[in-house]
Design a protein around this ligand. Sequence first.
Ligand SMILES: CC(C)(COP(=O)(O)OP(=O)(O)OC[C@H]1O[C@@H](n2cnc3c(N)ncnc32)[C@H](O)[C@@H]1OP(=O)(O)O)[C@@H](O)C(=O)NCCC(=O)NCCS
Length: 169
Amino acid sequence: MTATISRAEVTDAVEITALARLTFTETFGPMYPPSDLAAFLEAKYQPEIFAADIADPSQALFKAVLNGAIVGYAQAGPCGLPHADVTPACGELRRLYVKRGLQGAGIGNRLLDAALAWLEKPGRKLWVGVWSGNLGAQKLYANRGFAKVGDYKFIVGNTADEEFILRRG
Ligand SMILES: CC(C)(COP(=O)(O)OP(=O)(O)OC[C@H]1O[C@@H](n2cnc3c(N)ncnc32)[C@H](O)[C@@H]1OP(=O)(O)O)[C@@H](O)C(=O)NCCC(=O)NCCS
């Protein structure tokens, strides 16, 4: 069965929050002390925050639905990355996650297609931040024409991870 990709609605916020917490923990959880991870998720991954993001016309959240359940999501919007060349006109792929057991089946590529198509405007520079050790995601973005232009520290509790800043355009 093929996943269906579409724009998320505000009523999806609770389910997307649960998926976002799960996928962040599956991907990055082992890198942080449990208390730091829990505090980070509590602060950043709340239904109210996702509901506001979904309702915000300057952002778009795409969901992948399989057998009635949301199994992946991509979040796009204005660029918030700390780089000197970022302007209010820039766009950012803010998050891209697929549930672990369903990775490698093309869902991430299709979510990325939807998010990039929504972000693209003539002359608009697109940005993405990616963990320096996430070689799989770096390859995915390189395939779409993104190249490294900087780096920064992504803070979770007392841990500061090195993140690469990639840009296209
Ligand atoms: C990155 C992610 C969204 C890709 O989704 P997916 O459904 O697994 O990806 P697809 O099946 O569409 O395509 C796989 C592509 O992803 C890349 N990729 C992602 N993770 C990979 C891994 N662990 N190993 C190898 N390739 C990987 C490959 O370049 C592959 O490219 P291809 O198009 O040449 O085959 C998914 O693996 C995921 O959720 N990973 C954990 C979260 C994460 O790292 N998110 C990115 C944060 S910046």
